[in-house]
Design a protein around this ligand. Structure first.
Ligand SMILES: C[S@@+](CC[C@H](N)C(=O)[O-])C[C@H]1O[C@@H](n2cnc3c(N)ncnc32)[C@H](O)[C@@H]1O
Ligand code: SF4
Length: 328
């Protein structure tokens, strides 16, 4: 489908990240605080009919890639049935999921059958005690079981997202590289972002990933590489295997000039940038009887609000919402 979504900075928007809930069954300290309150209630979330209509409107305008995220998307009931509906929308070519994998062991096969092709899994440590500390008491084993199930279900690629934190897990990169190599997973290291009070706390552990990249290239005999559909990550790949490691560096080297995405919160608010506040609320339109043409016109109107870039470095205090609202 021809892409009609070009933002004021000349970027083609082809990718929609869709949060299904702001709730989560973990409490990663850099994302959601332990006593977090004020979650949106399910009656405020777009229902599956509303999500399907809105995604169809985006797809008509040329968005071809959809990622389901959260909070934790798998705590929302019946995600597989939503996946089946979204993957049937003409123009949707790629449907993926970001998850903490705690519930994935039971969901991997149904999700694959419903149309999810690939997944990203958050995993910051392979040590059970450290994993529990980072996630506010989470158990590592169900996540590892979920990853086995994902592989068995044929979800590919499986990307492991590891937030790289000085003094927390910066001694584990080689172990994580080996784990991914053994299992055929792709590893992505992510710099901490100052999103919400939690994200700002985490930036105390900020680690510039450029030296890490250099070190891993030498240690694992890797060269600069590419990853089809790799998004903002810059990859290195092993000379002797399929192993790839990506680096997502919004702080040390931002990638805003190639941004191709927008993000929808569970209650239907479209955010034009992860690191800015511009937004457009679609729920009143969806619940007020807007036609498909009116929805499409509203999407074009919202796109005009897309800023050129985030200001994480210049204004680290700016974003008060937690990362779990939009899902990264
Ligand atoms: C908010 S989670 C939502 C999806 C799912 N619950 C998961 O953990 O993959 C999406 C991604 O955001 C990352 N994230 C959360 N807070 C962050 C922060 N302050 N800085 C960098 N990445 C963060 C997580 O590690 C995860 O990879
Ligand atoms: S990063 Fe994902 S798993 Fe961790 S608290 Fe945030 S939403 Fe939950």
């Amino acid at each position: 489908m021809a892409n009609r979504l070009i933002d004021p900075h000349g970027r083609h928007i082809t990718y929609l990240r869709l949060s299904l809930t702001d709730r989560c069954n973990l409490r990663c300290f850099y994302c959601l605080p332990k006593g977090a309150k004020g979650f949106t209630t399910p009656d405020h979330w777009l229902n599956f009919d509303e999500i399907e209509r809105l995604v169809a409107a985006f797809a008509t305008l040329g968005v071809s890639r959809i990622r389901l995220t959260g909070g934790e998307p798998l705590v929302r009931p019946n995600v597989s049935s939503l996946v089946a509906r979204l993957s049937a929308i003409p123009g949707v070519e790629d449907l993926s999921l970001s998850t903490n994998a705690t519930l994935l062991a039971n969901y991997a096969q149904p999700l694959k059958e419903a149309g999810v092709t690939r997944i990203n899994v958050s995993l910051d440590s392979l040590k059970a005690d450290r994993f529990a500390e980072i996630t506010g008491g989470g158990e590592l084993q169900p996540v590892l079981d979920g990853l086995v199930a994902a592989k068995q279900a044929g979800l590919h690629p499986v990307k492991i997202n590891m937030v790289a934190m000085k003094g927390i897990n910066d001694d584990e990169f080689p172990d994580m590289v080996r784990y991914c190599d053994e299992n055929g997973f792709t590893l992505r290291l992510i710099e901490t972002m100052p999103i919400g009070s939690t994200g700002r706390t985490a930036t105390d552990h900020y680690l510039d990933l450029n030296p890490v990249r250099q070190q891993l290239m030498e240690q694992f005999d890797m060269v600069p590489g590419v990853m089809p559909g790799g998004g903002p990550a810059r990859y290195i790949q092993a000379k002797a295997s399929e192993l790839r490691v990506g680096f997502i560096t919004p702080i040390s080297q931002h990638f805003c000039e190639t941004c191709n995405r927008v993000r929808l919160s569970a209650e239907g608010v479209l955010y034009l940038c992860l690191g800015q506040e511009q937004s457009f609320d679609f729920r009143p339109l969806l619940r007020g009887g807007a036609t498909d043409q009116e929805l499409q016109a509203a999407i074009m109107q919202a796109l005009a609000l897309k800023p050129a870039q985030h200001h994480f470095n210049e204004e680290p205090e700016k974003i008060v919402r937690f990362m779990s609202k939009l899902g990264g």
